[in-house]
Design a protein around this ligand. Structure first.
Ligand code: COA
Length: 322
């Protein structure tokens, strides 16, 4: 059966690092509180970088590692919930920036599950022969959506991008699960522009920031991640013991520890980088994947599980052979 294989990864982070100590100057919080509750010590914040420039830098690195030119790419998918522009979409801007003249390009927004939704979409395109390869990117500039006076959220998020080149492969296994529960969307939301035209009577004020019910999201994540991982393991006819690495969305260390316990795998199989990056939403899994790849943690033939969860509410999991 034809599925996909990841042949190159790349990532890009803004140069400006903001430590927890710096946040103590902005809101009533402490380095200790943030580390204890989330595992985060610092995050990268854009001071000129955009979702598109970060995505393009990550894409260049992934292409280089895959030994592919931009012209050879058939499909570009950018997962993002924080684009600078409504139009054109990030994927078309990345296409122009890297010169992928032959690609079909569009965005996917499933918030922190976005990279999984995009990767699974790429799998469907490649599996059905609609494309031979794809550049799948998660890129975020959440710092512009965060209220830097709201301690409930500003300590959590960071900016960055990660990319993967995937190619059709007849011999690999690839199983996925994904889902959405829009009825719980209020738990994690961020408004866009309000209605504004000569036909709207009053100017509606709005707060263009991320709102989060942290405990609701926490409960959702620790329940849903083990469920979706179990489902994918079942589809593959494998157990948690057969998995070499679990690369999960880097929202919070305590969520990952709880998920590891429920999945029944040692925490040592769950690499983490939220200490240095915070929660970069759709970018967190491909950044982590790139780190694991470049550090040599991933060996060809190993079984890897990726799992993301977040606003929507949404969740997505993939199991494949590296
Ligand atoms: N520094 C200090 N105190 C803070 C704080 C901060 N940055 N943020 C919140 N607090 C306070 C709260 O105001 C509250 O104070 P109160 O008791 O006086 O009202 C207290 O800490 C406890 O708040 P609570 O929300 O119960 O804390 P918590 O243990 O649930 O931790 C989160 C808060 C956000 C860290 C936690 O809920 C979480 O990680 N949720 C998941 C969030 C997430 O991952 N979102 C993205 C998913 S993609």
């Amino acid at each position: 059966m034809r599925t996909i294989r990841i042949t190159g990864t790349g990532s890009a982070l803004p140069g400006r690092i903001v430590t927890n100590k710096e946040l103590e100057q902005l809101v009533e919080t402490s380095d200790e509180w943030i580390r204890e509750r989330t595992g985060i010590a610092e995050r990268h914040v854009s001071v000129g970088e955009t979702v598109v420039t970060l995505a393009s830098e990550a894409a260049h690195k992934a292409l280089e590692q895959a030994g592919k030119t931009a012209e050879e790419i058939d499909l570009i998918l950018v997962a993002s919930c924080s684009p600078e522009q409504y139009l054109p979409c990030c994927a078309c801007q990345v296409q122009a920036a890297i010169g992928a003249v032959n690609a079909l390009a569009f965005d996917v927004n499933a918030a922190c599950s976005g990279f999984l939704f995009a990767l699974n979409t790429a799998d469907v395109y490649l599996r059905t022969g609609l494309a031979e390869n794809a550049l799948v990117i998660g890129s975020e500039g959440l710092s512009k959506l965060v209220d830097w006076q709201d301690r409930n959220t500003c300590v959590l998020f960071g900016d960055g991008a990660g990319a993967a080149v995937v190619e059709a492969d007849p011999a690999r296994m690839y199983y996925f699960d994904q889902g959405s529960d829009g009825s719980r969307g209020e738990a994690l939301s961020c408004p866009g522009r309000p209605l504004r035209s000569p036909f709207v009577a009053t100017d509606q004020g709005f707060a263009p920031y991320i709102f989060m019910d942290g405990q609701e999201v926490f409960r959702f994540a620790v329940k849903k991640v083990p469920e979706t991982v179990a489902l994918v393991l079942q589809k593959a006819g494998l157990t948690a013991e057969d998995v070499d690495l679990f690369l999960l969305h880097q929202a919070n260390e305590r969520i990952l520890q709880a998920a590891a316990r429920r999945i029944g795998a040692p925490v040592s199989k769950f690499p983490m980088n939220m200490q240095a990056c915070g929660n970069t939403s759709a970018a967190s899994i491909p950044i982590l994947l790139d780190e694991a790849n470049r550090k040599g943690l991933l060996k060809r033939g190993q079984t890897v599980v990726l799992s993301g969860f977040g606003a929507g509410l949404t969740w997505g999991t993939a199991l494949f052979q590296w």
